[in-house]
Design a binder for this molecule. Structure first.
Ligand code: PHE
Length: 456
């Protein structure tokens, strides 16, 4: 009887689970947003695109386009109280907007399949620092070590398997006891760790140069068209936009919470995390004479080489890769939940069964990605190895999903209903929000889309 009451209390009126607390929801949404994108992707994209000027455009994109679309996703999910697909079917039955939902579920498979591979690498590095293997330079150097590791057939798969196992384990426990609880523990830990690392990095010799790279813009870079597009792409990936992750998380929110404040808090936190990650990474890069534009390997071989030179570098490396793995985990949970929420409703399976089957399938889809850095590296399609094709697909699917979401709220949803669902009501800011979703965001996303396709 007790158990029954308890279970009933866990479920909302429509039989779906809900977040226990508003702060739990905020931490979960921040957990989704803050991930490998803020640290690994942000640092190398900012590094390759000129640092401070990129940061400025990136922040502008977040405020002007990212935040309005985030509001759109939360409003859709909370109003419809369903998964990424069901939400569109509830709000606009029989209309093609639901394409955004299906695209979202497909994106969950695609992104998590390679995200799990990269997150697996972070686990390997974390244990490397835990056991001391990485405290000093491996014979052959850090680059060879990394290339050798990701190129081996079996070992990366084992780490990917462990990472996916942890992701599945949390999702199958449900919204409150799994996702919310994991984030309530992970997010504050991450924030504290990142701040400590930031302060430490500022004490290094290269701090002023690193900070100048990040904060004093070289205005001439603003005439490069590619920087705007790189910034918008990064904003989408980092804020977890365009694939229904935030529709799904919004659907576990009760009607009494206010969306605009929560959205502003989540987007600011994601941005602050990326900036502090830059403050951790760039001073260290300059202090040790490395180049900020060494690409996607920045975190996996430039940083370990730097840690090697630092006092207490082993501990810094340990903290850093723990941070990266944990941030990746809280994002992976939200990716898996998009697909799991959909299939629970679609097939009527239990959460446990759904999480195991869908998580298992996503792991399998990630296997060729992992192998494409080694045994399958000769298997090239469209000039890219398998993993790069998956990343490329996500570059198309996220903006496309975001475009449909913006168009749906701007044009497809009744104005009064959209304004009410967002808690903006009749305010001026509500009108501005709808204007952005109608015109500005679609045009901007369209440009990114063309860029991703290589048309621009
Ligand atoms: N925002 C996550 C990150 O920065 C990645 C992500 C994208 C998560 C899309 C969910 C949905 O790593």
């Amino acid at each position: 009887m007790n158990q029954l009451n308890h279970n009933q209390r866990d479920l909302g009126q429509n039989g779906r689970e809900q977040w226990a607390t508003k702060i739990g929801f905020m931490l979960a949404a921040m957990g989704s947003a803050v991930g490998l994108g803020n640290i690994w992707r942000f640092s190398y994209v900012a590094g390759e695109n000129g640092g401070a000027a990129f940061l400025l455009i990136y922040i502008a994109m977040i405020i002007m386009i990212g935040v309005p679309i985030m509001m759109a996703e939360f409003s859709i999910g909370r109003k419809a109280q369903s998964d990424a697909v069901g939400s569109f079917q509830n709000l606009s039955p029989g209309k093609p907007w639901v394409a955004a939902g299906f695209l979202g579920v497909a994106s969950a498979f695609i992104i998590l399949s390679f995200y799990g591979v990269v997150a697996g690498w972070t686990l390997k590095y974390f244990t490397g620092y835990l056991t001391g293997t990485l405290w000093s330079e491996p014979s052959g150097g850090y680059v060879d070590y990394f290339v050798g590791f990701i190129g081996s057939p079996l070992e990366p798969l084992i780490w990917q398997f462990i990472f996916m196992g942890a992701t599945i384990g949390i999702v199958l426990l449900g919204i409150k006891k799994g996702i919310e609880k994991a984030n309530v523990i992970l997010m504050p830990t991450l924030a504290i760790l990142l701040i400590i690392l930031g302060i430490y990095s500022l004490t290094l010799g290269g701090a002023s140069e690193g900070l100048a790279f990040l904060f004093s813009p070289d205005w001439s870079i603003l005439s490069e068209p590619s920087i705007y597009l790189a910034a918008l792409g990064q904003a989408f990936f980092s804020l977890s936009l365009g694939m229904g992750a935030l529709i799904t998380y919004g659907s576990y929110l009760s009607k009494k919470e206010r969306l605009p404040g929560a959205t502003a808090g989540i987007a600011s936190m994601d941005t602050i995390f990326a900036i502090i990650a830059g403050v951790v990474i760039f001073p260290a890069v300059f202090a040790f004479g490395a180049e900020p534009d060494s690409g996607a390997g920045l975190v996996f071989f430039t940083l370990p080489a730097i840690f090697d030179e630092m006092a207490l570098g082993g501990i810094v490396g340990l903290a850093f890769f723990f941070l990266l793995a944990a941030a990746g985990l809280s994002s992976a949970i939200s990716l898996l939940e998009v697909a799991v929420a959909y299939f629970i409703r679609k097939f009527g399976w239990t959460r446990k069964k759904t999480a195991l089957i869908i998580g298992g399938l996503i792991f399998l889809l990630g296997v060729p990605s992992s192998l494409s850095n080694g045994p399958f590296s000769e298997f090239i399609l469209f000039d890219r190895v398998f993993m790069d094709n998956m990343e490329f697909l996500s570059d198309i699917f996220l903006p496309l999903g975001g475009l449909i979401i913006a168009l749906f709220v701007g044009w497809g949803w009744k104005k009064t209903e959209a304004l009410q669902a967002s808690d903006f009501g009749n305010s001026t800011i509500g009108a501005v929000w709808l204007f952005i979703l109608k015109f500005i965001a679609p045009v901007a996303i369209f440009l990114v889309f063309l860029f991703a396709l290589g048309v621009l």
